[in-house]
Design a protein around this ligand. Structure first.
Ligand code: G3I
Length: 323
């Protein structure tokens, strides 16, 4: 039967992908599906390219764990969305609790970006250069970078990343920017500002961490994607999952989840070629981040923990096949 990535590519997308993580790769039932390029043409390391893993000690770089993911992708001819360079979370304490000046933190940021982008040069379809820089009010989120450097840390990050891999797409990535509002406006303004200054930004990632029944409509998501594409960037859904707030799901709930997934995937399809792909934030409930973060919530993925499909899986394959 037809599977996600094959159908996505036939429809005109560049890939359909999944996040993964190192600890999951010993599960052979898991890897047999993740490595199936008919399902997944792209993977994203969910953790091990982040700063706390790659430069736990200042100036000591360790890409061992991240390389496990990029090697898996290379062995299976899958694209990698590299994730991420600058984020307020999952920082080593020497960064988050360091004593910094504007100049010393800029230097540390530049050194980190130079090392990591150089290490993964040629191996990434895209880099999430800056992740989650805005709060839900559309203001700059408090972080060591913002507190020390101010908003200029973002253009500096993009300019630096552009120096070390000329072929990788540079993305801004965030959640709650999948629909019009103050946060999406902040992201749109960031794109405008970088473009006006001649600083490379190629894409905006819509994370897409949604809740069953309150996922934005097709029209809302589609118009929002277009607002970004109209500025001259590509877009992608980079971390899609749609969770139930309480478990177990009802059959009505599963039907709603299927509709929610379809609305999101269709918004991307309706905005090709500006929308390039959809990545789910792991494909099975067995390894979803949701239950550990939202107590009682879950079943957000397209595969149940036992590797059978949610109804949403068939709904997504159907909409992909219809293009
Ligand atoms: O690796 C350690 C392990 O050694 C330890 O025993 C265990 C005990 O807590 O923790 C493990 O680290 C966890 C790590 O995932 C790997 O499993 C961290 O505690 C846990 O906080 C971390 O969660 C990750 C989360 O980002 C952190 O914010 C999730 O896996 C990851 O899916 C999630 O991904 C983020 C994106 O990067 C950005 N957008 C939101 C998305 C969901 O939160």
């Amino acid at each position: 039967y037809a599977q996600l990535n094959d159908l996505a590519k036939a429809a005109g997308l560049t890939y359909f992908g999944s996040a993964t993580d190192n600890s999951e790769l010993t599960d052979t039932e898991y890897t047999s599906i993740l490595s199936n390029t008919s399902e997944f043409g792209q993977i994203t390391p969910g953790n091990t390219q982040k700063w706390e893993y790659t430069e736990a000690t200042e100036g000591t770089f360790d890409y061992t764990k991240g390389d496990v993911i990029t090697s898996f992708a290379a062995n299976n001819s899958q694209l990698v969305r590299c994730h991420n360079l600058i984020w307020y979370s999952q920082l080593p304490s020497w960064v988050s609790s360091g004593t910094w000046t504007n100049a010393t933190l800029i230097a540390a940021m530049k050194a980190h970006i130079q090392s990591e982008v150089t290490h993964y040069k040629g191996q990434c379809y895209a880099w999430d250069v800056v992740n989650e820089a805005f709060d839900d009010s559309g203001n700059y989120r408090t972080s060591v970078f913002y507190e020390t450097i101010g908003p200029e840390y973002i253009p500096i990050a993009f300019e630096t990343a552009a120096l070390y891999d000329p072929n990788v797409k540079l993305y801004y990535n965030d959640y709650n920017i999948e629909y019009a509002g103050v946060k999406a406006t902040a992201a749109l303004n960031l794109v405008k500002d970088l473009k006006a200054r001649g600083i490379q930004i190629d894409g905006v990632g819509m994370q897409g961490h949604f809740i069953v029944g309150s996922t934005p409509s097709l029209a809302t998501q589609s118009a929002n994607l277009k607002s970004f594409i109209d500025l001259g960037v590509e877009v992608a859904y980079t971390e899609l999952d749609i969770r139930f707030s309480s478990l177990p799901p009802t059959s009505t709930g599963l039907t709603t989840q299927a509709t929610d997934y379809v609305n999101t995937v269709q918004a991307c399809l309706d905005n090709m070629p500006g929308c390039v792909g959809v990545t789910i934030w792991d494909y099975t409930d067995k390894y979803s981040w949701v239950p550990s973060t939202f107590s009682g919530a879950g079943d957000a993925c397209l595969w149940y923990a036992n590797y059978t499909h949610h109804p949403a899986y068939d709904a997504v394959t159907s909409v992909l096949a219809s293009y």
